[in-house]
Ligand binder design. Structure first.
Ligand code: GTP
Length: 363
Protein backbone atom coordinates (compact mmCIF):
# COMPACT_ATOMS: atom_id res chain seq x y z
CA UNK A 1 0.00 0.00 0.00
CA UNK A 2 1.31 3.47 -0.95
CA UNK A 3 1.89 5.97 1.79
CA UNK A 4 3.22 9.50 2.00
CA UNK A 5 6.19 11.05 3.75
CA UNK A 6 6.43 14.40 5.47
CA UNK A 7 8.08 17.31 3.67
CA UNK A 8 10.38 15.55 1.24
CA UNK A 9 12.44 17.62 -1.23
CA UNK A 10 13.17 16.50 -4.78
CA UNK A 11 15.34 17.42 -7.76
CA UNK A 12 13.83 16.86 -11.19
CA UNK A 13 16.33 16.41 -14.03
CA UNK A 14 14.87 18.11 -17.08
CA UNK A 15 17.88 19.54 -18.92
CA UNK A 16 18.47 16.85 -21.56
CA UNK A 17 18.17 17.60 -25.27
CA UNK A 18 15.86 14.67 -25.99
CA UNK A 19 17.67 13.90 -29.25
CA UNK A 20 15.90 10.56 -29.72
CA UNK A 21 12.58 12.38 -29.78
CA UNK A 22 13.47 14.82 -32.54
CA UNK A 23 11.77 16.54 -34.28
CA UNK A 24 9.24 16.80 -31.41
CA UNK A 25 11.92 18.18 -29.11
CA UNK A 26 13.21 20.82 -31.55
CA UNK A 27 10.58 23.26 -30.29
CA UNK A 28 9.52 21.75 -26.96
CA UNK A 29 11.71 20.03 -24.37
CA UNK A 30 10.79 16.36 -23.80
CA UNK A 31 9.36 16.94 -20.29
CA UNK A 32 6.84 19.43 -21.69
CA UNK A 33 5.53 17.31 -24.58
CA UNK A 34 1.77 16.72 -24.35
CA UNK A 35 1.18 13.30 -22.82
CA UNK A 36 -2.41 12.18 -22.25
CA UNK A 37 -3.49 15.79 -22.61
CA UNK A 38 -1.05 17.53 -20.24
CA UNK A 39 2.69 18.30 -20.27
CA UNK A 40 4.56 15.08 -19.43
CA UNK A 41 5.93 16.49 -16.17
CA UNK A 42 2.45 17.16 -14.81
CA UNK A 43 2.09 13.42 -14.25
CA UNK A 44 5.39 13.26 -12.35
CA UNK A 45 4.67 16.35 -10.28
CA UNK A 46 1.20 15.15 -9.24
CA UNK A 47 2.53 11.73 -8.39
CA UNK A 48 5.46 13.09 -6.36
CA UNK A 49 3.03 15.31 -4.47
CA UNK A 50 0.84 12.30 -3.68
CA UNK A 51 3.79 10.77 -1.81
CA UNK A 52 4.39 13.85 0.33
CA UNK A 53 6.97 15.72 -1.76
CA UNK A 54 6.50 19.44 -1.05
CA UNK A 55 9.34 21.19 -2.81
CA UNK A 56 10.94 20.40 -6.17
CA UNK A 57 14.01 21.96 -7.73
CA UNK A 58 14.01 21.75 -11.53
CA UNK A 59 17.51 21.19 -12.95
CA UNK A 60 17.12 22.87 -16.35
CA UNK A 61 19.45 23.42 -19.28
CA UNK A 62 18.01 22.77 -22.78
CA UNK A 63 15.20 25.30 -23.46
CA UNK A 64 15.38 26.24 -19.78
CA UNK A 65 13.12 29.29 -20.03
CA UNK A 66 10.13 27.21 -21.18
CA UNK A 67 9.45 25.49 -17.84
CA UNK A 68 8.49 28.30 -15.48
CA UNK A 69 5.72 29.75 -17.69
CA UNK A 70 4.06 26.30 -17.64
CA UNK A 71 4.38 25.35 -13.95
CA UNK A 72 4.98 28.71 -12.22
CA UNK A 73 5.45 28.45 -8.46
CA UNK A 74 3.81 25.02 -8.38
CA UNK A 75 0.80 26.10 -6.30
CA UNK A 76 -1.59 24.42 -8.76
CA UNK A 77 0.01 21.10 -7.74
CA UNK A 78 0.28 21.92 -4.04
CA UNK A 79 4.05 22.16 -4.54
CA UNK A 80 6.72 24.80 -4.20
CA UNK A 81 8.92 24.85 -7.33
CA UNK A 82 12.38 26.35 -7.92
CA UNK A 83 14.16 26.58 -11.28
CA UNK A 84 17.95 26.29 -11.50
CA UNK A 85 19.67 26.56 -14.88
CA UNK A 86 23.09 25.29 -15.91
CA UNK A 87 25.03 27.67 -18.14
CA UNK A 88 26.35 24.64 -20.00
CA UNK A 89 24.87 21.14 -19.56
CA UNK A 90 26.56 19.41 -16.62
CA UNK A 91 25.33 15.86 -17.18
CA UNK A 92 23.10 14.06 -14.69
CA UNK A 93 25.50 14.20 -11.71
CA UNK A 94 26.69 17.77 -12.34
CA UNK A 95 23.05 18.86 -12.68
CA UNK A 96 22.10 17.26 -9.36
CA UNK A 97 25.06 18.95 -7.62
CA UNK A 98 24.20 22.30 -9.19
CA UNK A 99 20.50 22.12 -8.28
CA UNK A 100 21.37 21.11 -4.71
CA UNK A 101 22.34 24.74 -4.06
CA UNK A 102 18.60 25.41 -3.82
CA UNK A 103 17.80 22.57 -1.40
CA UNK A 104 16.90 23.29 2.21
CA UNK A 105 17.37 19.69 3.46
CA UNK A 106 20.02 18.95 6.10
CA UNK A 107 23.06 16.79 5.36
CA UNK A 108 21.48 13.57 6.75
CA UNK A 109 18.11 14.07 5.05
CA UNK A 110 16.93 11.99 2.08
CA UNK A 111 16.50 13.82 -1.23
CA UNK A 112 14.51 12.33 -4.08
CA UNK A 113 15.98 12.60 -7.60
CA UNK A 114 13.71 12.02 -10.60
CA UNK A 115 14.65 11.71 -14.26
CA UNK A 116 12.17 13.89 -16.12
CA UNK A 117 11.23 11.25 -18.68
CA UNK A 118 10.01 8.29 -16.62
CA UNK A 119 6.48 7.05 -15.97
CA UNK A 120 6.46 4.78 -12.95
CA UNK A 121 3.87 3.20 -10.70
CA UNK A 122 6.30 2.32 -7.92
CA UNK A 123 5.84 3.26 -4.29
CA UNK A 124 8.19 6.23 -3.83
CA UNK A 125 7.30 6.40 -0.12
CA UNK A 126 8.47 2.84 0.42
CA UNK A 127 11.69 3.51 -1.51
CA UNK A 128 12.48 6.50 0.71
CA UNK A 129 11.61 4.61 3.88
CA UNK A 130 13.84 1.70 2.86
CA UNK A 131 16.68 4.15 2.21
CA UNK A 132 16.33 5.74 5.65
CA UNK A 133 15.89 2.46 7.56
CA UNK A 134 19.00 0.94 5.97
CA UNK A 135 21.07 4.13 6.27
CA UNK A 136 22.07 3.96 2.59
CA UNK A 137 24.14 6.53 0.71
CA UNK A 138 21.91 6.14 -2.36
CA UNK A 139 18.88 3.93 -3.04
CA UNK A 140 18.12 3.26 -6.70
CA UNK A 141 14.78 2.19 -8.04
CA UNK A 142 15.40 -0.90 -10.19
CA UNK A 143 12.93 -2.32 -12.66
CA UNK A 144 12.88 -5.64 -14.49
CA UNK A 145 12.80 -5.63 -18.28
CA UNK A 146 12.35 -8.51 -20.74
CA UNK A 147 15.37 -7.50 -22.83
CA UNK A 148 18.14 -6.13 -20.59
CA UNK A 149 20.69 -6.11 -23.47
CA UNK A 150 19.46 -2.62 -24.43
CA UNK A 151 20.30 -1.21 -20.97
CA UNK A 152 23.09 -1.16 -18.43
CA UNK A 153 22.20 -3.66 -15.71
CA UNK A 154 22.41 -3.41 -11.93
CA UNK A 155 23.08 -6.62 -9.97
CA UNK A 156 22.46 -6.75 -6.21
CA UNK A 157 23.36 -9.23 -3.45
CA UNK A 158 20.73 -10.95 -1.30
CA UNK A 159 20.61 -7.97 1.10
CA UNK A 160 19.75 -5.60 -1.76
CA UNK A 161 23.22 -3.99 -1.91
CA UNK A 162 24.16 -2.99 -5.45
CA UNK A 163 27.34 -4.86 -6.39
CA UNK A 164 28.09 -3.27 -9.78
CA UNK A 165 26.81 -0.81 -12.35
CA UNK A 166 27.38 -2.58 -15.65
CA UNK A 167 27.38 -1.16 -19.19
CA UNK A 168 25.22 -2.68 -21.94
CA UNK A 169 26.30 -6.21 -22.78
CA UNK A 170 24.93 -9.06 -24.95
CA UNK A 171 25.03 -11.32 -21.84
CA UNK A 172 23.58 -9.35 -18.92
CA UNK A 173 23.91 -10.94 -15.48
CA UNK A 174 20.45 -9.71 -14.41
CA UNK A 175 17.34 -8.25 -16.03
CA UNK A 176 17.22 -5.49 -13.42
CA UNK A 177 18.05 -2.03 -14.72
CA UNK A 178 18.36 1.48 -13.36
CA UNK A 179 14.83 2.94 -13.39
CA UNK A 180 15.86 6.60 -13.08
CA UNK A 181 14.50 7.44 -9.59
CA UNK A 182 17.02 7.76 -6.77
CA UNK A 183 17.07 8.65 -3.10
CA UNK A 184 20.34 10.34 -2.13
CA UNK A 185 21.41 11.24 1.37
CA UNK A 186 22.00 15.00 1.00
CA UNK A 187 25.67 14.83 2.06
CA UNK A 188 26.35 12.41 -0.82
CA UNK A 189 25.04 14.97 -3.31
CA UNK A 190 27.38 17.55 -1.77
CA UNK A 191 30.34 15.23 -2.41
CA UNK A 192 29.80 15.39 -6.22
CA UNK A 193 32.35 17.83 -7.71
CA UNK A 194 30.80 21.25 -8.21
CA UNK A 195 30.60 22.96 -11.62
CA UNK A 196 31.91 19.91 -13.50
CA UNK A 197 30.31 17.61 -16.05
CA UNK A 198 29.52 14.40 -14.13
CA UNK A 199 27.40 11.36 -15.00
CA UNK A 200 25.75 9.62 -12.03
CA UNK A 201 25.45 6.45 -14.08
CA UNK A 202 29.07 6.32 -15.28
CA UNK A 203 30.90 8.05 -12.42
CA UNK A 204 28.99 8.67 -9.18
CA UNK A 205 27.33 5.26 -8.68
CA UNK A 206 30.35 3.13 -9.71
CA UNK A 207 32.56 5.38 -7.53
CA UNK A 208 30.34 4.95 -4.47
CA UNK A 209 30.22 1.17 -4.97
CA UNK A 210 34.03 0.97 -5.35
CA UNK A 211 34.57 2.93 -2.16
CA UNK A 212 32.32 0.58 -0.17
CA UNK A 213 29.39 2.98 0.40
CA UNK A 214 25.97 1.37 0.78
CA UNK A 215 24.22 1.72 -2.58
CA UNK A 216 20.88 -0.08 -2.33
CA UNK A 217 18.58 -1.40 -5.01
CA UNK A 218 14.83 -0.97 -4.53
CA UNK A 219 13.43 -3.47 -7.02
CA UNK A 220 9.82 -3.89 -8.00
CA UNK A 221 7.70 -4.92 -10.97
CA UNK A 222 5.10 -2.16 -11.16
CA UNK A 223 4.40 -0.16 -14.32
CA UNK A 224 7.57 1.49 -15.67
CA UNK A 225 8.38 3.25 -18.92
CA UNK A 226 11.20 5.49 -20.16
CA UNK A 227 9.50 7.74 -22.71
CA UNK A 228 12.77 8.59 -24.48
CA UNK A 229 11.88 7.25 -27.95
CA UNK A 230 8.89 8.12 -30.16
CA UNK A 231 7.38 4.63 -29.79
CA UNK A 232 7.74 4.74 -26.01
CA UNK A 233 6.41 8.28 -25.83
CA UNK A 234 3.25 7.30 -27.72
CA UNK A 235 2.90 4.19 -25.55
CA UNK A 236 3.13 6.28 -22.37
CA UNK A 237 0.34 8.59 -23.45
CA UNK A 238 -1.75 5.65 -24.64
CA UNK A 239 -1.29 3.72 -21.36
CA UNK A 240 -2.35 6.74 -19.31
CA UNK A 241 -5.45 7.35 -21.44
CA UNK A 242 -6.39 3.66 -21.29
CA UNK A 243 -5.91 3.57 -17.51
CA UNK A 244 -3.00 1.10 -17.50
CA UNK A 245 -1.32 3.60 -15.17
CA UNK A 246 -3.21 6.02 -12.94
CA UNK A 247 -2.19 9.63 -12.75
CA UNK A 248 -3.66 12.35 -10.55
CA UNK A 249 -2.91 14.79 -13.43
CA UNK A 250 -5.28 13.25 -16.01
CA UNK A 251 -7.38 16.07 -17.47
CA UNK A 252 -10.38 13.80 -18.14
CA UNK A 253 -11.68 10.28 -17.59
CA UNK A 254 -9.56 7.33 -18.73
CA UNK A 255 -10.96 5.30 -21.63
CA UNK A 256 -10.60 4.66 -25.37
CA UNK A 257 -9.76 8.29 -26.06
CA UNK A 258 -9.29 11.63 -24.39
CA UNK A 259 -10.33 14.88 -26.10
CA UNK A 260 -9.25 18.32 -24.92
CA UNK A 261 -11.35 21.46 -25.03
CA UNK A 262 -12.43 22.54 -28.49
CA UNK A 263 -11.47 19.25 -30.18
CA UNK A 264 -13.90 18.34 -32.97
CA UNK A 265 -14.29 14.62 -33.55
CA UNK A 266 -16.81 13.58 -36.19
CA UNK A 267 -19.38 11.02 -35.09
CA UNK A 268 -18.30 9.07 -38.20
CA UNK A 269 -14.62 9.01 -37.22
CA UNK A 270 -12.97 6.19 -35.26
CA UNK A 271 -10.78 7.45 -32.39
CA UNK A 272 -9.66 4.72 -30.00
CA UNK A 273 -6.84 2.68 -28.48
CA UNK A 274 -5.96 5.37 -25.92
CA UNK A 275 -5.61 8.23 -28.40
CA UNK A 276 -5.26 11.77 -27.02
CA UNK A 277 -6.81 14.53 -29.14
CA UNK A 278 -5.41 18.01 -28.48
CA UNK A 279 -7.29 21.27 -28.05
CA UNK A 280 -9.08 22.42 -31.22
CA UNK A 281 -7.78 19.42 -33.18
CA UNK A 282 -10.15 18.17 -35.88
CA UNK A 283 -10.81 14.53 -36.83
CA UNK A 284 -13.07 14.40 -39.88
CA UNK A 285 -15.68 11.81 -40.82
CA UNK A 286 -14.18 8.53 -42.01
CA UNK A 287 -10.79 9.12 -40.39
CA UNK A 288 -9.30 6.45 -38.13
CA UNK A 289 -7.02 7.36 -35.21
CA UNK A 290 -5.69 4.53 -33.03
CA UNK A 291 -3.31 4.70 -30.06
CA UNK A 292 -1.90 8.08 -31.10
CA UNK A 293 -1.13 11.56 -29.81
CA UNK A 294 -2.74 14.38 -31.80
CA UNK A 295 -1.35 17.73 -30.68
CA UNK A 296 -3.34 20.96 -30.50
CA UNK A 297 -4.84 22.38 -33.71
CA UNK A 298 -3.91 19.49 -36.00
CA UNK A 299 -6.32 18.18 -38.65
CA UNK A 300 -6.90 14.57 -39.67
CA UNK A 301 -8.88 14.60 -42.88
CA UNK A 302 -11.55 12.10 -43.84
CA UNK A 303 -10.28 8.69 -44.89
CA UNK A 304 -6.85 9.19 -43.27
CA UNK A 305 -5.48 6.54 -40.92
CA UNK A 306 -3.22 7.47 -38.00
CA UNK A 307 -1.91 4.70 -35.80
CA UNK A 308 0.69 4.61 -32.99
CA UNK A 309 1.96 8.02 -34.11
CA UNK A 310 2.41 11.60 -32.98
CA UNK A 311 0.92 14.40 -35.10
CA UNK A 312 2.44 17.76 -34.13
CA UNK A 313 0.74 21.07 -33.41
CA UNK A 314 -1.15 22.46 -36.39
CA UNK A 315 -0.07 19.61 -38.72
CA UNK A 316 -2.46 18.32 -41.39
CA UNK A 317 -2.86 14.70 -42.46
CA UNK A 318 -4.69 14.77 -45.76
CA UNK A 319 -7.39 12.46 -47.06
CA UNK A 320 -6.45 8.88 -47.85
CA UNK A 321 -3.08 9.06 -46.09
CA UNK A 322 -1.69 6.33 -43.84
CA UNK A 323 0.55 7.37 -40.93
CA UNK A 324 1.67 4.45 -38.82
CA UNK A 325 4.46 4.38 -36.20
CA UNK A 326 5.59 7.84 -37.37
CA UNK A 327 6.25 11.33 -36.02
CA UNK A 328 4.84 14.31 -37.91
CA UNK A 329 6.42 17.61 -36.85
CA UNK A 330 4.53 20.78 -35.93
CA UNK A 331 2.83 22.47 -38.89
CA UNK A 332 3.79 19.75 -41.40
CA UNK A 333 1.38 18.75 -44.14
CA UNK A 334 1.22 15.16 -45.36
CA UNK A 335 -0.39 15.33 -48.79
CA UNK A 336 -3.13 12.93 -49.91
CA UNK A 337 -2.21 9.32 -50.60
CA UNK A 338 1.13 9.18 -48.80
CA UNK A 339 1.97 6.17 -46.68
CA UNK A 340 4.41 6.87 -43.86
CA UNK A 341 5.38 4.13 -41.45
CA UNK A 342 8.18 2.24 -39.71
CA UNK A 343 9.54 5.12 -37.63
CA UNK A 344 9.42 7.81 -40.33
CA UNK A 345 9.84 11.37 -39.01
CA UNK A 346 8.64 14.46 -40.87
CA UNK A 347 10.34 17.69 -39.80
CA UNK A 348 8.26 20.71 -38.70
CA UNK A 349 6.74 22.75 -41.52
CA UNK A 350 7.57 20.24 -44.27
CA UNK A 351 4.85 19.81 -46.91
CA UNK A 352 4.79 16.42 -48.57
CA UNK A 353 3.01 16.69 -51.93
CA UNK A 354 0.16 14.45 -52.98
CA UNK A 355 1.44 10.96 -53.71
CA UNK A 356 0.58 10.10 -57.34
CA UNK A 357 1.09 6.36 -56.82
CA UNK A 358 -1.58 4.96 -54.51
CA UNK A 359 -0.70 2.03 -52.32
CA UNK A 360 -3.41 -0.38 -53.29
CA UNK A 361 -3.46 -3.91 -54.60
CA UNK A 362 -3.98 -2.80 -58.23
CA UNK A 363 -0.77 -0.72 -58.38
P1 GTP B 1 18.37 11.72 -25.42
O1 GTP B 1 19.17 12.88 -25.97
O2 GTP B 1 17.31 11.28 -26.39
O3 GTP B 1 19.23 10.59 -24.93
O4 GTP B 1 17.53 12.24 -24.14
P2 GTP B 1 18.02 13.07 -22.85
O5 GTP B 1 18.75 14.27 -23.30
O6 GTP B 1 16.80 13.32 -22.00
O7 GTP B 1 19.02 12.11 -22.11
P3 GTP B 1 18.73 10.99 -21.04
O8 GTP B 1 17.45 10.29 -21.38
O9 GTP B 1 19.94 10.16 -20.89
O10 GTP B 1 18.57 11.83 -19.70
C1 GTP B 1 18.02 11.31 -18.51
C2 GTP B 1 17.45 12.47 -17.70
O11 GTP B 1 18.47 13.38 -17.32
C3 GTP B 1 16.43 13.28 -18.48
O12 GTP B 1 15.41 13.63 -17.58
C4 GTP B 1 17.21 14.50 -18.95
O13 GTP B 1 16.38 15.65 -19.05
C5 GTP B 1 18.23 14.68 -17.83
N1 GTP B 1 19.52 15.22 -18.27
C6 GTP B 1 20.42 14.61 -19.11
N2 GTP B 1 21.52 15.37 -19.24
C7 GTP B 1 21.32 16.49 -18.48
C8 GTP B 1 22.10 17.66 -18.20
O14 GTP B 1 23.22 17.85 -18.70
N3 GTP B 1 21.55 18.59 -17.36
C9 GTP B 1 20.32 18.43 -16.80
N4 GTP B 1 19.84 19.40 -16.01
N5 GTP B 1 19.55 17.34 -17.04
C10 GTP B 1 20.06 16.38 -17.86
Amino acid sequence: MESSLPDLEAILLVGGQGTRLRPLTLGTPKPLLPTAGVPFLAHQLARARSFGVRRIVFATSYKASMFEPVFGDGAAFGLSLEYITEETPLGTGGAIRNAAEALTSGSDDPVLILNGDILSGHDIGDQVRTHCERGAAVTLHLTEVDDPTRFGCVPTDESGRVTAFLEKTPNPVTNRINAGCYVFTRSVIDSIPRGEVVSVERETFPGLIDSGELVLGYADRTYWLDVGTPAAFVKGSRDLVLGRLDSPAMPGPQGEHLALEGAEISAEAKVQGGSAVGARAVVEAGASVVGSVLCDDCVIEGGATVQDSVVGKGARICAGTVVRDAVIGDGAVVGPGNELQGGVRVWPGIELPECAVRYSSDV
